[in-house]
Write a protein that binds this ligand. Sequence first.
Ligand SMILES: C[S@@+](CC[C@H](N)C(=O)[O-])C[C@H]1O[C@@H](n2cnc3c(N)ncnc32)[C@H](O)[C@@H]1O
Length: 263
Amino acid sequence: MNSTGMITDYPRFVKSFQNVSGLDLNYYKENQMKRRILNFMSTRGYQEDYTDFLKDLSLKPDLYDAFFKHLTINVTQFFRDVKQWDVFREKIIPDLLKTRSSLKIWSAGCSAGQEACTMAIVMAEYFPGINFSILGTDIDINVLKQAQSGIYDERDFASTPPHLLDKYFNKSEKKFQIKNTLTRNLTFKAQNLLTDKFDRGFDLIACRNVVIYFTDEAKDVLYKKFADSLNPKGILFTGCTEHLFGQSQHGLKSVSSFFYQKL
Ligand SMILES: C[S@@+](CC[C@H](N)C(=O)[O-])C[C@H]1O[C@@H](n2cnc3c(N)ncnc32)[C@H](O)[C@@H]1O
């Protein structure tokens, strides 16, 4: 690192880390990634040279997992940004159901599954009798393990209406396990949004709070791929700090804040 604390040979770091992890940091904003890498290294006592750090990443699974988690940022919760879920329930889903009788949904960058489960809860609670499937994908296999277990902590539910928590989760000691009535609609799998192929035929794709560190070029390609994966009139649901500029380029138009419809 130089005197300002920035990693000097960042391209080499990126290449070596890609060999270790398969994650290509070229798709992520360089300055923000450098800051996060530096921050992690210094809290773990790596001061001068990232050569040792990279070597240890291959040798120490706990260090690798912690670093990967730090880079990808898994923070989430059920009903995150609660107002968006009101729009989802009151407008978006009813509009979709005017022209279809079942829904194929994708939570892209699902973390430990809280967003995918929130969608399942809304469907079960407010649209009974409607068939739906929800796919959750994430690059981080550790969060996917939790998603598959369906077990959550109390803090995940800060924005969840209490009656829904009681109805859709079994509580044992301090943990909450999602009920089978919901899990049968949910599937989770590992996927890198930047490099892997996407399924098609979705009626709604939620990709929220995932692209925040992606470069503008990477976001552009991603939104185009999402548009290709949506059915006509399908919806892309973004995070509350994420605006699509030049949406019509991708064949998407805004139908409400943070909801875009495929033309
Ligand atoms: C902050 S969480 C967002 C979770 C949820 N969508 C929400 O809004 O609460 C971001 C997630 O994106 C995932 N992620 C980051 N880069 C990714 C990539 N290239 N492909 C797939 N998932 C990625 C991270 O592993 C993390 O779990």
